[in-house]
Design a protein around this ligand. Structure first.
Ligand code: KG4
Ligand code: ZN
Length: 348
């Protein structure tokens, strides 16, 4: 297989990475479009696609340069094929196809969520990834997803997903209404660390039909109502000078999200036994979520894999690694077969 070139353009990060076939990260360049989207309070698909088109050539070049290799040393390409914004996906996948055809290389179209899933095992600093022992359970929490799955050697079984908002989306919407800017997760994380998360107990969101699915829209609505009651209406606020009650409210909101995720991990552990848990996705950067799950793991005797923070938000290193794992499992490597898809559930 040789060296693997990863390309990620599914949302608002343009990224390229070079890994060796054992998963050592030789380079991982991420160019964020956060600035371009910040003034809209969220990702604008058309703006994203255009920015990928502008940024990708330089990002690719830099990834190769930092790895100290030329395209002629690349043995395989892995590019995100879905799920994501279709225009954005097409930019990265088309570039990947062009290189694959030109250099006669295999190309794996990677499921972005699988990229997150295995990112928990990647190590920074050029070290080899930690070995994954199957079966393990994975919790992927990001701006678009909340998925709890069981990962077996040759298949992924979906156990629970969100019925409405994703946790990252809830963080982003609440932060916007609180006048704290975009993205909302990191700023709420910092504020919550100074507050009392037990002051305003919110109900744990569950899908109403007795399934294991997550639901975060009820919590979001309850929180929006609390903000409204206090006259918080989206006018920019200084995160360092918030009213102490608002700090506690944000801490309680974060606590409720963490509690909902932990609740489902516990339930699945009772039902089928969790041998190891891998946390991933943008929200996996959240300090309280990391500490809470690590704590649970210690108590339950379950190893919990937390991704290095450099691999939590969208990046191409995780795509390259999932591509390697996919290829080993027999995923198609014909460049002509790779097709972009906006919807692509884990395990499908
Ligand atoms: O995985 P990601 O980069 O993009 C998606 O595939 O969605 O996740 C981005 C999301 C955003 O919603 C952002 O607010 C959230 O991850 N996020 C966090 C933290 N850092 C980023 N949420 C909670 N706490 C954080 N520290
Ligand atoms: Zn993502």
């Amino acid at each position: 297989m040789g060296l693997v070139l990863g390309i990620e353009t599914s949302c608002d990060e343009t990224s390229a990475a070079v890994l060796d076939e054992d998963g050592r990260v030789r380079s991982n360049v991420v160019s964020s479009q956060m600035q371009a989207h910040a003034r809209y309070g969220g990702v604008v698909p058309e703006v994203a696609a255009r920015a990928h088109l502008e940024n990708l050539p330089a990002v690719l070049e830099e990834a190769l340069e930092r790895a100290g290799v030329g395209l002629e040393e690349i043995g395989m390409i892995a590019a995100t094929a879905g799920p994501g914004l279709i225009g954005a996906l097409l930019v990265g996948l088309s570039a990947a196809k062009a290189i694959a055809f030109a250099r006669n290389l295999p190309l794996v179209g990677v499921n972005h969520l699988e990229g997150h899933l295995f990112s928990a095992f990647l190590r920074p600093g050029g070290d080899a990834p930690l070995p994954a022992e199957y079966p393990f359970h994975g919790l992927v929490v990001s701006g678009g997803h909340a998925e709890l799955v069981r990962v077996e050697e040759d298949r992924i079984v979906a156990l629970a997903r969100t019925r409405d908002d994703a946790p990252g989306e809830a963080f982003d919407k609440i932060a916007r209404r609180a006048g704290l800017g975009y993205p909302g997760g990191p700023v709420v994380d910092r504020i919550a660390a100074k507050g009392r998360g037990d002051r305003f107990p919110f109900a744990i969101g569950r899908a109403g039909d007795g399934s294991r699915d997550f639901s975060f829209s009820g919590l979001k609505t309850a929180m929006l109502r609390e903000l409204e009651k206090r006259g918080v209406d989206g006018k920019p606020l200084d995160p360092e000078a918030l009213d102490p009650e608002l700090v506690d409210l944000l801490a309680s909101f974060q606590r409720a999200i963490v509690a909902a995720l932990l609740d489902r991990v516990r339930a699945v552990h009772v039902e089928e036994g969790v041998r190891a848990l891998a946390l991933s996705g943008g929200v996996a950067a959240n300090s309280e979520l990391r500490a809470t799950l690590a704590d649970w793991g210690r108590g339950a005797g379950v190893p919990v894999y937390l991704p290095d923070r450099s691999f939590t938000t969208d990046n191409a290193a995780m795509i390259a690694w999932a591509g390697v794992i996919g290829a080993r499992r027999g995923a198609p490597t014909d460049p002509a077969a790779a097709a972009a898809r906006s919807r692509w559930p884990l395990g499908a």
